[in-house]
Write a protein that binds this ligand. Sequence first.
Ligand SMILES: Cc1cc2nc3c(=O)[nH]c(=O)nc-3n(C[C@H](O)[C@H](O)[C@H](O)COP(=O)(O)O)c2cc1C
Length: 176
Amino acid sequence: MSDEDVFADLMASLDTPMSVVTTAAGDERAGCLIGFQAQSSITPARFVVWLSKANHTYRVAMHAEHLAVHFLTADDVDLAELFGTLSGDQVDKFARCGWRPGPSGVPVLDRCPHHVVMARHVVLDDGGDHVCLVGRLVEVAGAGRFTPLRLAAVAHLEAGHEVEERPRPPTERAES
Ligand SMILES: Cc1cc2nc3c(=O)[nH]c(=O)nc-3n(C[C@H](O)[C@H](O)[C@H](O)COP(=O)(O)O)c2cc1C
């Protein structure tokens, strides 16, 4: 077995919980399914997500003040499919689900009682294919303990963007 396969097995065994992260900049809203997420500090409370450089959500997040992280429950496979298999580059996901505007317009999904809203605090690009966004918590909402939707239940979904995709042309100059 290659190191790559062993690593993939290790990560699959962790069976990480899944979330939908949303954000907004001006009138543009974005959101995608994520598995890369964690609490990253106790005091002060911090939360961290990693966004793929391929995603519409990443591009909007770079101009946004806030991100909302919605912790999916075992009943939310359809939401995972909406946000994980389609791209805001082609469709308006927010026309297909209920939401309300939170701080600086960040969409808060009606279906998700368990969520946090965080203010973008630190962005770390270590050269990998995902960028790390650390947030200061500005809102927290929960409705008691719940059973999270886990990777194993959605691992069959085909992501809206392959991780190596980048918008082309990368600059207006390259187009001319
Ligand atoms: C099981 C699964 C896990 C995913 N995890 C992440 C993740 O941690 N971070 C991320 O940026 N994208 C992740 N994605 C990919 C995006 O959710 C997907 O490409 C989405 O369609 C991008 O939408 P957007 O272009 O509107 O941002 C995951 C997709 C799936 C199916």
